[in-house]
Ligand binder design. Structure first.
Ligand code: BYC
Ligand code: FE
Ligand code: FE
Length: 471
C-alpha cells in the first residue's frame, strides 16, 4: 500500500478508513510533540537537518532525503509488505495461519512485549538529548538527529499496535510511554540500560554499537512473531536499525583509527595529552556498554522466554533458517550458571534457555565488530587489541547478578572489586577526561581531533556539505 503524505499521520495501514483509531492517534500526536520539545534534542527545534524520511516500504524507494526541522519530521506508521498466506513458524501453533487480530489468550504477554519494546525508543532519545551540543562534526550531528527521529518513529510503531489492538489499556500504555523518563527517580524507563545518561560521543558510538544491536536482535526475534502486525512493523524497523548500527560501528572505527594515528605519530600509548582517546579508555567503555547490554537479554533460565516462544509470540534470531522442528518440546540446552561460588554450565530446557540463545547471537555479532576494530589496530602495526569482557563481568540480571567477576571471568571478592573497579570500568576521572574533548565542531567538513573523517558523506553529498543548518 502506498504511503499517503497528505495525511496528518503518514501511514500504510489505511488509517483514513478507521476513524476511531485515527482519532485516538491524533489525540496522542500533540502529546508526543510536546514530549519531543521538552525531552528531545536540546536546543535543536529550529535547526534544519538533512534527514532521510520513509516514503514507501518497498526495497527500492523507501528513503527520501531533504532538509527538515525535526519537529516537522513525518513520523508515521509503516508496516513491511505482508507475506501472503503467512503461517506461524514456531511453538505450539506452528503451521497455523499467522494472527491478523490479537490472539485473546495471549493479550497480556503481547502487551508486555510491545510495551517493553516501545519504552526503549523514547528512552534512547532522552538519554542522548544533550549530545547535539558537542558534536564532533556536522556529519555526526546529522547522524545523531537521524537516529533520534527514527527512534521516535519506532515509538510510533509500538504506539500504533497498542492503539489499534489493545483498546483502552493500550491507550493508557501509550500515554505512559511519555510519562516514564530515562533516569527519572520516580518513573524510570523499564530496562536498566535505558536509564544511563549518554553524555559524551564515545558513549554515543558505543551505545549505537552495542545497545542498538540489542535492538537488532530483539526486533529480529519479534519479527518472527505469529502476531502478524507485530512481525510486519518490526521488519520495517529493522531497515532503520541497520543505519543505527552503521553509525555506531563506523563511529568507534574512526575513533580507533585516530587513536592509532596518534600512537604512531608520538610513539606512545598515552595519546590523551595529544587530544585522542587512549585504547585503554576505549576498552573500559566497551566493558561498560557491552555488560549492561548483556543484561538486556534477561535471565539465562527464563519461564517468560519459554512461554513467549511456545506461544508463538517471540522467536529465535532467523528462526526459519534454523534446522530443527521449531517446537523444541523435549530439547535441552546448557546455560552458564553459578554453583557454590563457581561458574558452571547447567542443563535447562531449550525453551527456558531462549534468552541465552538470543544473547549468544548478540555476543557473536559483537565479536565480529570488535574483530574489525582490531584489524585497524593491526594495520597500524600496533600490538594491542580490544576484547569483549567475560559474560560474568559487571552483570545485574541473571546468574551473575549477585557476584563480582574480573573482565576475564575470574570471580573476585567485594574488596577486590571495589579496589579494581576503576581499572575495568570508566572512572570519574576517565569520564572527565573524555568530556574535555567534547567541543562542538560546526564548520562544514571540519572534524574534532579525537576522531577520523568518515569515508564518505551522506547520500552522495560531499563531506563538507552543510548537513545541519543552525537557526
Ligand atoms: N532490566 O524472565 P526474565 C531497542 C526483569 S533495545 C530490568 O529473565 P524476560 C533499542 C523482567 O522484566 C530492544 N529488568 O526476563 C535500542 C522480569 O520481571 P518480572 C528492546 C529486567 O521477560 C537502542 C524479571 O526481570 N526490546 O529496541 O524473559 C535504542 C525476570 O526476567 C531486565 C526488547 O527488550 C533488565 N534488563 O526478558 C533504542 C524486547 N531483564 O516478570 C531502542 C521485548 C529482565 O519478574 N522484551 N528484567 O516482573 C523482552 O523480550 C523481554 O522483556 C526481555 C526480558 C528480554 C527484555
Ligand atoms: Fe529503535
Ligand atoms: Fe535503533
Amino acid at each position: 500500500m502506498q504511503v499517503d503524505y497528505n495525511e496528518r499521520i503518514p501511514n500504510n495501514v489505511g488509517l483514513a478508513d478507521d476513524r476511531r483509531l485515527l482519532r485516538a492517534l491524533e489525540r496522542w500526536q500533540p502529546a508526543f510533540l510536546d514530549w519531543w520539545r521538552e525531552l528531545g534534542p536540546v536546543g535543536a527545534l529550529e535547526h534544519e537537518v538533512y534527514l532521510r524520511t520513509a516514503i514507501g516500504v518497498d526495497r527500492d524507494g523507501w528513503a527520501h532525503f531533504d532538509y527538515a526541522r525535526m519537529p516537522d519530521y513525518r513520523w508515521g506508521i509503516f508496516l513491511a509488505e505482508p507475506v501472503p498466506e503467512r503461517r506461524i513458524g514456531f511453538g505450539i501453533h506452528k503451521g497455523e495461519p499467522a494472527w491478523q487480530e490479537l490472539p485473546g489468550e495471549y493479550r497480556a504477554e503481547l502487551r508486555r512485549l510491545i510495551v517493553t519494546q516501545g519504552d526503549t525508543e523514547p528512552a534512547s532519545v532522552e538519554q542522548q538529548c544533550r549530545l547535539g551540543l558537542s558534536a564532533p562534526s556536522l556529519y555526526d550531528l546529522r547522524n545523531l538527529y537521524q537516529v533520534n527521529v527514527e527512534e521516535g518513529r519506532h515509538l510510533w510503531a509500538m504506539v500504533y499496535l497498542l492503539h489499534a489492538f489493545f483498546g483502552r489499556d493500550g491507550r493508557e500504555e501509550a500515554d505512559e510511554m511519555l510519562a516514564r523518563h530515562a533516569g527519572d527517580a520516580d518513573k524510570p524507563r523499564t530496562l536498566e540500560a535505558f536509564n544511563e545518561p549518554i553524555d559524551d560521543w564515545l558513549s554515543f558510538f558505543m551505545y549505537t554499537f552495542f545497545q542498538d544491536r540489542d535492538g537488532k536482535f530483539q526486533l529480529h526475534a519479534l519479527s518472527e512473531s505469529g502476531f502478524d502486525p507485530l512481525s510486519r512493523t518490526c521488519r520495517f524497523m529493522l531497515t532503520e536499525e541497520a543505519h543505527h548500527m552503521f553509525v555506531g560501528e563506523s563511529g568507534v572505527m574512526r575513533i580507533v583509527q585516530r587513536t592509532c594515528e596518534k600512537m604512531r605519530e608520538h610513539d606512545t600509548d598515552d595519546v590523551g595529552p595529544f587530544g585522542a582517546i587512549p585504547l585503554a579508555l576505549l576498552q573500559k567503555w566497551v566493558n561498560f556498554h557491552y555488560s549492561i547490554c548483556l543484561d538486556l537479554f534477561g535471565s539465562e533460565d527464563s519461564t517468560n522466554a519459554a512461554n513467549y516462544y511456545a506461544m508463538g509470540l517471540k522467536g529465535r534470531y532467523q528462526e526459519s533458517k534454523i534446522d530443527d522442528d521449531h517446537v523444541l518440546a523435549d530439547r535441552m540446552a546448557t546455560v552458564p550458571a553459578l554453583e557454590d561460588g563457581k561458574l558452571v554450565s547447567r542443563e535447562v530446557t531449550a525453551l527456558k534457555a531462549m534468552n541465552e540463545t538470543l544473547r549468544d547471537a548478540f555476543v557473536a555479532d559483537s565479536q565480529r565488530g570488535i574483530n574489525r576494530f582490531n584489524k585497524v589496530i593491526d594495520h597500524f602495526g600496533i600490538d594491542a587489541a580490544l576484547c569483549l569482557p567475560h559474560r560474568a563481568f559487571h552483570r545485574n540480571i541473571g546468574a551473575f547478578a549477585g557476584i563480582h567477576a574480573a573482565p576475564d571471568g575470574t570471580l573476585v571478592d567485594e574488596a577486590t572489586w571495589a579496589a579494581r573497579h576503576d581499572e575495568w570500568l570508566p572512572s570519574a576521572a576517565d569520564r572527565a577526561f573524555v568530556q574535555t574533548l567534547m567541543h562542538p565542531v560546526t564548520e562544514p567538513g571540519a572534524m574534532a581531533g579525537w576522531i577520523a573523517q568518515p569515508r564518505r558523506g551522506i547520500h552522495g553529498q560531499p563531506l563538507d556539505y552543510r548537513y545541519v543548518e543552525f537557526h
